[in-house]
Design a protein around this ligand. Structure first.
Ligand SMILES: NC(=O)c1ccc[n+]([C@@H]2O[C@H](COP(=O)([O-])OP(=O)(O)OC[C@H]3O[C@@H](n4cnc5c(N)ncnc54)[C@H](O)[C@@H]3O)[C@@H](O)[C@H]2O)c1
Length: 420
């Protein structure tokens, strides 16, 4: 076993993990089914926001290599699975990539290996889906090889917390499997937290994201009635968050995005419904509220234009920031997409600007990219700030706009400025 760790799935989660492992001198092999991803990495190019080309060069110098050759997994002491866990067409879990990755590992499984699943998934996946596939080899988890689940908590774009200083939860198939996984992560993660088993570790991740999803829905619902009551919710939150205990600030916005918040709670609610036959009501309500935020923003946009005696149809609406969070290029599940679609469907001329996105295909040719930010802001009938990228001088932009709709609560108050 000449490879210390093989990482299966080299995306937003797999690559930062590969980086931390190679930083402490582990020999890291990256495996991905995407030929372009592998070729890019071997040519020194990073395709995720959190790693630069320089980081890839450092990893390569330390012995990192990417491959599409699954037979090389045989040489690994530890294999960590970081493949996507999307939703299927009916909104339930799609474990296709996990099953495919585990099947590939099964074909190369060796006695003594440690296999860890990091992909976010419903409780029971490691024991009921991953273990049986690996045991088709005749090797037994907990006896012949170690098996564990360790949720990934990475927050792309977070400059304070990365793979090293974010505590890592680990749950083993057996206590010995947990020990092996904890020892593995202990080499490059500051704090390892032991969960009782794989199910507890799987559910911990879903609790974290469901908590966030629900609290965002809470403030999104409040944003609507606070606006109707003439109360500044941003000011309310600023006041409430001075309480040093028992409160955590969440902020409203034009909808939730990314690979985690709109997706992961479904893994839990779908599982509860499928197994137990009853709903996880908090999740379903949160989904309903968060999913209607783009439509609410469109309605507010219409009202704002109405004040200038302009119909939405034919008005030019410029969207600033189309990614799902600020300062990164990731567009997955961005609420900018339904928002822009609804504006275009109502006849608005939709323009967008985003320093991180050069090619936005969400609307085909129905959304025009603007290069001259200042000129476009001054010319548009309405500017909507969707993501407050650090490149934006919001107050300066708002000052020159005909109307500025701030969905992030960052613009100073002004006659032409409306806040969510
Ligand atoms: N992105 C995040 O912020 C984040 C945070 C925490 C947890 N997660 C979870 O981590 C997991 C991975 O997410 P990600 O954002 O890194 O995904 P990603 O799409 O960025 O990367 C996944 C990679 O896996 C590869 N892949 C797919 N099927 C494969 C297979 N069968 N064998 C080998 N490689 C395969 C893809 O080609 C891709 O390069 C998901 O379960 C996600 O929910 C993501």
């Amino acid at each position: 076993m000449s490879v210390d760790v093989a990482i299966v799935g080299l995306g937003y989660v797999g690559l930062p993990l590969a980086q931390e492992a190679s930083r402490v001198g582990l020999k890291v092999l990256g495996f991905d089914i995407g030929q372009r991803v592998v070729d890019g990495l071997n040519a020194g190019r990073s395709h995720v926001d959190d790693l630069s080309d320089g980081d890839i060069a450092e990893m390569t110098t330390a012995g990192f290599e990417a491959t599409t050759d699954a037979s090389r997994l045989r040489d690994a002491k530890t294999i960590v699975i970081c493949v996507p866990t999307p939703l299927s067409e009916d909104g339930g879990p799609d474990l296709g990539p996990v099953v495919s990755a585990v099947t590939t590992i099964r074909d190369n499984l060796q006695k003594g290996m440690l296999v860890i699943l990091e992909s976010t998934t419903y409780p029971g996946t490691t024991d009921e889906v991953v273990r049986p596939i690996l045991e088709e080899t005749g090797l037994v988890a907990g006896t012949d090889f170690h098996l564990a689940f360790s949720p990934e908590r990475i927050d792309p774009g977070n400059e304070k917390f990365g793979a090293k200083n974010t505590p890592k939860v680990v749950g083993g198939q057996t206590p010995a499997c947990g020990d092996a996984a904890a020892a593995f992560y202990g080499q490059f993660v500051d704090t390892v937290v032991r969960a009782k088993g794989t199910r507890e570790a799987e559910t911990a991740k879903l609790l974290e994201n469901t908590y966030r999803h629900i609290n965002i829905a809470l403030v999104n619902e409040m944003a609507r009635f606070c606006h109707d009551l003439g109360i500044d919710l941003w000011d309310v939150i600023d006041a409430a968050k001075t309480k040093p205990f028992g409160f955590q600030a969440f902020y409203p916005g034009p909808g939730v995005g990314g690979h985690c918040i709109p997706i992961d709670p479904n893994y839990l609610s779908h599982n509860v419904r499928a197994r137990l036959g009853y709903p996880f009501r908090f999740v379903e309500l949160a989904q309903e509220i968060n999913a209607t935020m783009p439509a609410y923003v469109v309605q507010r946009a219409q009202n704002i234009l109405n004040e200038d005696a302009k119909p939405l149809r034919g008005s030019t609406v410029l969207l600033l920031g189309v990614t799902y969070k600020p300062n990164i290029a990731d567009q997955r599940e961005s609420p900018a997409v339904p928002l822009a679609k609804q504006l275009a469907d109502k006849g608005a001329v939709v323009q967008y600007h985003d320093p991180h996105v050069t090619d936005w295909r969400a609307l085909g040719d129905r959304a025009q990219r603007v290069e001259d930010l200042a000129g476009a802001v001054a010319a548009a009938d309405l500017v909507i700030l969707i993501q407050n990228h650090r490149e934006y001088d919001v107050d300066a932009l708002a000052a020159t706009a005909n109307r500025f709709f701030d969905t992030r609560g960052v613009a100073a108050e002004g006659e032409k400025v409306s806040r969510l």
